[in-house]
Design a protein around this ligand. Structure first.
Ligand code: RP5
Length: 164
């Protein structure tokens, strides 16, 4: 990561979410995007959550990735407190394997959207954030094209190995 002002905020309800959220952090690193990473719990640190969301625009953030597990209110609450796009990551939970997290995040009533990725798929959340930023940063669009070319090549290489 560089010393630039962070454009991407990555928040999570607990440090136990960090292994899942590393996928988004890794994508920011791969695309050389500075991100700010914070533990912000909707129910254990509600004041911190409100402050985080309400100051996000003035801090220069353009998109927020929010991961939480169980009764996962964090992404929806943050989305209600900022005009920035919020991408929700349902973190796999111990008892319901993340189905609870998914439903909590994806079932936002009309009016306050949260762009929800698959359970545990913080990588896609990171990529969506990059694509949002790429709408006004053409160099990021080029990097996305390169990233996808590498994805294609990795599949083709596997096929070549199978064939030989
Ligand atoms: C949620 O509760 C967190 O997002 C986490 O996924 C889950 C469990 O938290 P810990 O008990 O591990 O701190 O708020």
């Amino acid at each position: 990561m560089t010393n630039d002002r962070p454009l991407v905020g990555i928040i999570m309800g607990s440090d136990s979410d960090l292994p899942t959220m590393q996928g988004a952090i890794a994508i920011c690193e791969e695309f050389a995007l500075t991100c700010e990473v914070a533990i912000v719990s909707a129910h254990r640190t509600p004041d911190r959550m409100v402050n985080y969301a309400q100051t996000a625009v003035q801090r220069g953030l353009k998109v927020i990735i929010a991961g939480a597990g169980g009764a996962a209110h964090l992404p929806g609450m943050v989305a209600s407190l900022t005009p920035l796009p919020v991408i929700g990551v349902p973190v796999p939970s111990r008892h319901l394997q993340g189905i609870d997290s998914l439903y909590s995040i994806v079932q936002m009533p009309a009016g306050i959207p949260v762009a929800t990725v698959a359970i545990g798929n913080a990588t896609n959340a990171g990529l969506l954030a990059v694509q949002i930023l790429a709408t006004y940063q053409p160099q990021l669009q080029e990097k996305i094209v390169t990233y996808r070319q590498k994805l294609s090549e990795s599949v083709l290489n596997k096929q070549t190995k199978l064939d030989n």
